[in-house]
Design a protein. Structure first.
Length: 216
């Protein structure tokens, strides 16, 4: 059993990660801005107030944890664009203050910078809405920052081109810099199976200090 703190636990992706962590019997701390609005209850769940944009708050929530998971800016709309890179910097700064005993940091990334089968990147696709491009590039900026970090054990998990609530099948495929594409040319993953991949990484670290991608 691991001790896991989850920032963004009330969001579309964060809530699935929380559900999967509890399903596996881990001890989970949901770090939210307003606990009064977070109604989830479980014997293995603690809810605390915290802010992923404040390094001191991050450090307080991360202390004593084995893993910190951040789903901040993980796909809950255009309003989260401005928080993605600043949250990455604050999360690293907060975890860094805990020194040698600091937890791992696993963050929800984006698909935009992944390489498509034709060699271009997802964000080069014609016709993408401006707000979606902004989200993709914000995640790309955050990933660029993580790649400069050598003193925090970080992992960034990029989803398929399409991620949305759906079925938990417990199956997925992984890649590193390439978009995971199915035989029919689609690239998708349910939020539930994305959470499975994140918890598999929590339990069996395979991508410390790098990004990995998931999809069907």
């Amino acid at each position: 059993m691991a001790k896991i703190a989850i920032f963004g636990a009330g969001g579309t992706i964060g809530s699935r990660i929380l559900d999967e962590a509890l399903r596996r019997g881990h001890q989970v701390t949901a770090v939210v801005r307003d606990p009064a609005k977070f109604t989830r209850s479980d014997p293995n769940l603690t809810t605390v107030t915290g802010d992923a944009l404040d390094p001191q708050s991050v450090a307080g929530a991360a202390k004593g944890q084995d893993v910190v998971v951040s789903a901040v800016g993980g796909g809950d709309g255009p309003g989260h664009i401005a928080t993605i890179r600043p949250a990455a910097e604050a999360l690293v700064a907060g975890v860094r203050t805990l020194g040698d005993g600091a937890p791992r940091l696993i963050t929800v990334g984006g698909a935009g910078s992944l390489r498509k089968p034709d060699g271009t990147q997802v964000w080069d696709t014609e016709g993408l809405p401006v707000f979606l491009l902004q989200i993709m590039h914000a995640h790309g900026d955050a990933l660029d920052f993580y790649r400069t970090v050598t003193d925090v054990r970080w992992t960034n998990c990029s989803p398929a081109a399409t991620i949305e609530p759906g079925e938990r099948t417990g199956t997925y495929r992984t890649a590193t810099e390439d978009l995971v594409v199915a035989e029919d040319g689609s690239s998708r993953i349910s939020a539930e199976d994305y959470a499975v991949a994140v918890l598999d990484e929590v339990e069996q670290p395979r991508h410390v200090g790098e990004r990995f991608a998931v999809g069907y």
